[in-house]
Design a protein around this ligand. Structure first.
Ligand code: NAD
Length: 246
């Protein structure tokens, strides 16, 4: 890993303000499972595109909310890991710019990253069809008493403010496209690059670098691929570029 990390550090020095595109793999070391790691991903036996879709929420809300809660309830108590912290330090020092995340957890913000775009929404809120907005964590708490949470104001059905399969992308997606078109480099961390259209963001900057534990379909197009743990690779990168002054 060391030699690849050195090459990545040199690339970042040549391309200041690189955009970082993160996926579920950066949060697995915080205890939040990803979707597609072989054997351990949340949906080793189910297709997330089917279970967490707009259609599933409309047709089988009990199943949707059961899966949603078991997948993401643990995110509220999770803490940023070494990878989130190293990225925040690199951003604060100007070695990387905007973080574009496919994740719905808030671990980049809690680690101190100054600018984070959430292309798939977030876990803070949910809303009903009439537009009442409430905390999503409280909505999930209703599952202790009923199989499907409802709006506390009108008792109508609610939807989490996350981008489901079959949903429109969040407004942050357009902002991310604009940032990437202006960028010399995108560093992808912890993404299988399997989810469309977010995976297309990897190809909008002039150059591509990847940190991932498993191979991705874009490895052949990358200037540098670091194969391994995001926490270890980003800590090593921060050590090369910033030294150990915390
Ligand atoms: P994915 O599950 O499709 O792929 C994760 C990738 O990360 C895999 O290729 C795996 O090899 C790699 N990986 C896992 N742990 C790693 C580690 N410690 N270090 C380095 N690499 C690691 O994830 P995706 O591409 O982000 O797509 C899944 C979709 O589901 C996205 O929208 C994602 O945001 C969402 N999701 C979000 C969360 C979250 O918010 N934390 C969790 C699960 C899924």
């Amino acid at each position: 890993m060391d030699e690849a990390v050195d090459r990545l550090a040199a690339l970042l020095l040549a391309c200041p303000g690189a955009v970082v595109l993160t996926g579920a793999g950066i949060s697995t070391e915080s205890g939040i499972p990803d979707f597609r790691s072989p054997g351990t991903g949340i949906y080793a036996n189910d297709d997330p595109a089917e279970v967490l879709s707009v259609e599933a929420l409309a047709r089988r809300p009990e199943r949707f909310w059961g899966f949603f809660a078991s997948s993401f309830e643990g995110s509220y108590g999770a803490q940023p890991n070494a990878g989130h912290v190293a990225l925040a330090r690199l951003a604060q020092a100007g070695h990387v710019g905007t973080i574009v995340t496919q994740n719905i957890d808030d671990l980049h913000e809690r680690a101190g990253s100054p600018e984070v775009l959430h292309v798939h929404g977030h876990l803070r809120t949910a809303r009903c069809r009439r537009g009442h907005v409430h905390g999503l964590e409280q909505a999930l708490g209703q599952l202790q008493a009923r199989p499907v949470p409802v709006c506390p104001d009108c008792a109508g059905p609610i939807k989490p403010d996350v981008v489901l399969f079959g949903d429109q992308m969040s407004p942050d997606f357009e902002r991310a496209i604009a940032r990437l078109h202006d960028s010399d480099l995108v560093l992808v961390v912890g993404s299988s690059l399997a989810v469309y259209p977010a995976n297309q963001l990897a190809f909008l900057a002039r150059r591509l670098a990847i940190i991932n534990r498993d191979p991705t379909p874009a490895d052949g197009r990358a200037s540098v691929v670091v194969r391994g743990s995001a926490g270890e690779a980003l800590s090593a990168l921060a050590m090369v570029l910033l030294g150990d002054d915390r």
